[in-house]
Write a protein that binds this ligand. Structure first.
Ligand SMILES: N[C@@H](CCC(=O)N[C@@H](CS)C(=O)NCC(=O)O)C(=O)O
Length: 254
């Protein structure tokens, strides 16, 4: 059993940090959230976040041990979830007991940031490129980015969704590993639910074509609905909506 600890999560609105908050809540850990708000024009994180870690990226999880030993500062969602699952889930709530299923969860911890998320970021950047191009170059940029998307990013993205859908088709449960929610669903909640199924207009803008995700990928759609209706997922979102309002009112950055 890991040492008793308190956790400080550095959280940014519309970011990957929500899934760490969800995990902390599910595991019933003793945590505190520090809220940072994106600049409304640039959508980038505030300077205050760079003071916590030079990367200026969330999630950042500080682990403060009760016995006074050296605190930890963890970054990278996959690593943070791995740390929590390996050390702070003795009851196997999110990390299955069965070794084969543990490897499956570990696979998704890597797949999410290593394969799926880079494709989404590339599609997002390509969708913004025409707007950012100088006058006179917007149309040509649109043609070039579309060709790149069709040649690689969009094709690979659709392949990922098809594989994930086929995986769920072979299962009775709507979850990715075993028959209940695991760390796999938690890590996938950002790319698959928050960025795609809960944001279909954005996907359409990114893909440059109409994608009816629920119709094309019904099993992923059922999974997305399980995430949306998860009571602790609802709770953290309500909690953070309130924290955002408080932060905006106080006008403070942290
Ligand atoms: N692979 C990293 C990516 C971290 C990352 O890019 N975080 C974004 C939020 S989704 C961020 O902090 N962006 C702030 C900014 O770019 O200013 C992870 O999974 O933790």
């Amino acid at each position: 059993m890991a040492k008793k600890a308190k956790f400080i999560l550095h959280w940014l609105n519309n970011s990957r940090a929500n899934r760490i908050l969800w995990a902390l809540e599910i595991l019933g850990l003793d945590y505190e959230v520090k809220v940072y708000l994106r600049n409304k024009e640039t959508m980038r994180a505030p300077k205050a976040l760079y003071e916590v870690d030079g990367s200026g990226k969330v999630p950042i999880l500080e682990v403060i041990f009760e016995d006074g030993s050296k605190p930890l500062k963890l970054t990278e969602s996959g690593l943070i979830l791995q740390y929590l699952l390996w050390n702070y889930d003795p009851g196997h709530v999110l990390y299955p007991e069965n070794e084969d299923e543990q490897w499956q969860v570990n696979y998704y911890l890597h797949f999410s940031e290593g394969t799926l998320q880079p494709l989404l970021v590339s599609l997002l950047i390509n969708s913004l490129a025409p707007r950012m191009s100088p006058f006179g170059f917007k149309s040509i940029t649109r043609v070039i980015t579309k060709a790149i998307n069709n040649g690689y990013y969009l094709t690979e993205f659709k392949l990922c969704l098809k594989n994930l859908e086929n995986h769920l088709k072979q299962k009775e449960s709507c979850y990715f590993v075993g028959d209940s929610l695991t760390g796999a669903d938690v890590i996938l909640s950002f790319p698959l639910f928050e960025n795609l199924f809960d944001n279909e207009q954005r996907v359409q803008d990114m893909a440059g074509e109409k994608l009816n995700l629920y119709k094309q990928f019904p099993k992923l759609g059922a999974w997305a609905e399980a995430v949306r209706s998860n009571p602790l997922y609802i709770r953290i979102n309500e909690m953070m909506e309130e924290r955002i309002l408080q932060q905006e009112k106080s006008g403070s950055k942290v």
